[in-house]
Design a protein around this ligand. Sequence first.
Ligand SMILES: [Zn+2]
Length: 98
Amino acid sequence: MQYSDEQISRFKAEFAQKRRKQLLLIIPLFAVLILTVASPSSLASFGLNKQTMQWGFLAYILGALVFSLANWRCPACGGYLGRSFWIRFCSKCGAPLS
Ligand SMILES: [Zn+2]
């Protein structure tokens, strides 16, 4: 499918925004992981017990998964973009994304 220059620049802008959102989603995950590995007792200092943390973590993962399924889609065709993060073209419709 052929896209106009205007459409292509819109796809790229939308994709950049989607990728930024995906990155923001990952940051808290890494923060918790690093904190857990570096200093497990620091989590307790927040007044959270292990079970609360586990459920919170599970809820976060599920929320992130649902958000990703909705967010990580091609701006042109709406197809899911897969697991790869650095994508140049949509594998479904061929729209240039970055
Ligand atoms: Zn597409």
